[in-house]
Design a protein around this ligand. Structure first.
Ligand code: GDP
Length: 295
């Protein structure tokens, strides 16, 4: 996994000093380990669960040497992140994907990258510019649509997002598109409005495109660390989130937030953004990720 250097450096230096600095597994060892996991942005709840699990394993297996429990720690983290395999992915079916996220997290860029990824697999993609709230959103998405060779359906600034969705669904059906990606306004400061808006859009898709496989993805900026976790919690209250995309993993030491989000909320992190170009989106796999950060 490339693009995770800063997070890895941060975690590995802490891990190395613990596993070489302690000669026995005692309370001080666990406290130090807790510190490293918290500093790595794994979050309080996930860290507690991981350490509880590790303590049980150490006890049950009568382990005495700190060096012997490094792999156990990694296993515990993976277990905390294990939320079972999703049966389907939108990439493999006729799908409508709602993408939500607050301004600046990298939502437009991510939709462009997703479109590029799907196009490179010869999928037919339609983009809906249903973030009609923000002036530049539509134009910015148009650039990405051109780059990815996807069709864009937009509306006037300030127009009803639901009407854009209606038009986009019609276009997607007329063109026999494989995936319809919908950019939506994610105004978290107005949760009630957001919820109503999402409901309205979902009703239209339910009615007009009943056979489509559906996903709602939340885009979060990894550089904001625990704040990203908070946003994920809040979005989870207003929408049935099926996946998370963490952007800007290349520029942050806070990549451990992926563990916190997946372990605490039970929502899969599906992709990570590792740069600003169309190729800089990687499919997320928890095992590979944890191996990359801790070994
Ligand atoms: P939006 O307001 O959520 O639609 O955010 P944008 O898509 O406009 O992105 C905001 C900024 O973040 C832009 O400068 C993007 O190039 C940048 N960005 C988005 N994703 C990534 C990423 O994975 N890595 C890095 N380094 N920058 C990113």
């Amino acid at each position: 996994v490339s693009g995770l250097t800063k997070t890895r450096d941060n975690i590995i230096s802490g891990m190395d000093s613990i596993f070489s600095g302690f000669t026995k597994i005692d309370e001080a060892f666990y406290e130090e380990l807790e510190e490293v996991l918290i500093m790595g942005d794994l979050g309080v709840q996930a860290t507690d669960s991981i350490l509880e699990d590790l303590r049980e394993k150490v006890k049950a297996m009568h382990i005495k040497e700190p060096s012997e429990c490094r792999q156990l720690l990694i296993d515990s983290i993976k277990e905390q992140m294990d939320i079972g395999e999703a049966a389907y992915e939108f990439e493999d079916r006729t799908s409508v994907v709602m993408v939500i996220g607050v301004n600046g997290v990298g939502k437009t860029t991510t939709i462009g990258k997703l479109a590029g990824k799907l196009r490179s697999r010869h999928k037919k993609v339609v983009l809906a510019a249903a973030d009609t709230f923000r002036a530049a959103a539509g134009e910015q998405l148009k650039e990405w649509a051109d780059r990815a060779q996807a069709e864009l359906i937009g509306g006037q600034e300030g127009s009803d997002p639901a009407s854009v969705i209606y038009d986009a669904v019609a276009a997607a059906q007329a063109r026999h598109a494989d995936v319809l990606l919908c950019d939506t306004a994610g105004r978290l400061h107005n949760k009630k409005n957001l919820m109503e808006e999402l409901k309205k859009m979902n009703r239209i898709i339910d009615r007009e495109f009943p056979d489509a496989y559906r996903e709602t993805l939340v885009v979060l900026d990894a550089t904001t660390g625990q704040n990203a976790l908070m946003q994920a919690r809040e979005f989870n209250e207003v929408a049935d989130i099926t996946g998370i995309i963490l952007t800007k993993m290349d520029g942050t030491a806070k990549g451990g937030i992926a563990v916190a989000i997946q372990a605490e909320l039970g929502i899969p992190v599906k992709y990570i953004g590792v740069g600003e170009t169309i190729e800089d989106l990687q499919k997320f796999d928890a095992d590979t990720f944890v191996n990359a950060l801790f070994t």
